[in-house]
Design a binder for this molecule. Structure first.
Ligand code: PLP
Length: 347
């Protein structure tokens, strides 16, 4: 059987990176966030494509991800790690020339003891209460800043996908206040959502992630993924017969049901069942019955001819529309995509 096929359009990722770059001034550097295996799409091919397009600064969540990325893209680019200088990661930082975004005083002390002179950044908390130093902790390490000589100071916005949310302006002010007395070190505040706010949020360096991969809130992004599931069987189903676990769907007309290879073990989460469709080109074929671990059943009654495969992600049903059907966000759909797909990368 042909495998389910996940096609990743690297050209679209590059186009989205360029489009986000064009939204800030020429003096603002546009980085790229490729944590979690480039949001599930493959850190090596995505990293190489973005580097070729001109990206010089990458962000990952974990030192181990940074090590993988370094091996894929070579020595030139900067690789920042959001989790900072965690115990046990010392060798990875040294061997793969990774730059920690130091989150607390303990990380600062240990980094200076091990690595003084190596590049680092500082991560400040301006209201999200997730990672980074608040005012008092920053004050406690202020005397070490000359020795640290950080190359970046960053913080993260909690509500940037809601432009009218008052926390955006509050965090901008908090970031300016916290950094006002610090030396002239490059600043970074904005992920995809922040880039779409206003130029004051752009600072010196931006950190887009989801927008690169075609997801909200970057409206107008080029779609990046197509996911096509092979049809294993089709069968006629009479009025009154049920389909799938729990017999939750019952035919109300003579129907044709196609069973495709793909299920919740592939990240096609069960909750999407009643609200999503598969597509024969641009014709929607509703999912009927429950999503199983490896199989999905689809109503193809209205198709003149059933093709060898049906799409669950394409330009019509994007990661965000599928996410909406499942009651989640595009980020979760992307990062859940399973490892049973055959992956094809298009330029
Ligand atoms: C994930 C992340 C980003 C990228 O966010 P998107 O919303 O995907 O653009 C940027 N900065 C930090 C600190 C993050 O955790």
């Amino acid at each position: 059987m042909p495998a389910a096929l996940l096609t990743v359009n690297l050209g679209a990722i590059v186009a989205n990176w360029r489009a986000l770059d064009a939204l800030s001034a020429k003096t603002v550097e546009t980085g790229a966030v490729i944590k979690a295996d480039a949001y599930g799409l493959g850190v090596a091919p995505v990293g190489r494509a973005l580097q070729k397009a001109g990206a010089k600064t990458f962000f990952v969540a974990l030192a181990a991800e940074g090590a993988t990325l370094r091996q894929a893209i070579g020595p030139a680019a900067r690789i920042f790690v959001f989790s900072g200088y965690m115990r046990g990661d010392e060798a990875a930082y040294r061997d793969f020339n990774l730059t920690p975004l130091l989150n607390n005083a303990d990380q600062v002390t240990r980094f200076l003891a091990d690595r003084q002179g190596a590049a680092c950044g500082l991560q400040l908390d301006t209201g999200m209460n997730r990672l980074g130093m608040e005012a008092a902790e920053l004050a406690s390490i202020i005397a070490q800043i000359p020795a640290l000589n950080p190359v970046l100071i960053m913080s993260h916005l909690a509500c940037a996908d809601e432009p009218e949310h008052p926390q955006n302006a509050a965090q901008l002010t908090a970031f300016k206040d916290l950094t006002a007395t610090l030396p002239d070190i490059p600043r970074s505040l904005s992920a995809t959502g922040g880039i779409l706010l206003r130029a004051d949020y752009h600072m010196n360096l931006t950190r887009p992630g989801i927008g690169l991969y075609g997801g909200d809130p970057f409206i107008g992004a080029q779609p990046v993924v197509t996911l096509s599931l092979p049809v294993i069987q089709t069968r006629p189903v009479s009025v009154g017969e049920s389909v799938g676990y729990g017999a939750t769907w019952i035919a109300t007309r003579p129907s044709v049901i196609a069973t495709v290879a793909g299920g919740y073990a592939d990240g096609l989460i069960r909750a999407m069942g009643p609200n999503a469709s598969l597509y024969a080109r641009d014709v929607a074929c509703p999912i009927v019955g429950r999503v199983s671990m490896d199989l999905i059943t689809v109503d193809v009654t209205d198709l003149a001819r059933v093709q060898a495969a049906l799409d669950i992600l394409n330009a019509t049903q994007t990661v965000d529309s599928l996410a909406q059907a499942a009651g989640t966000i595009g980020y979760e759909i992307l990062t859940s995509l399973g490892n049973r797909y055959e992956r094809v990368y298009k330029d």
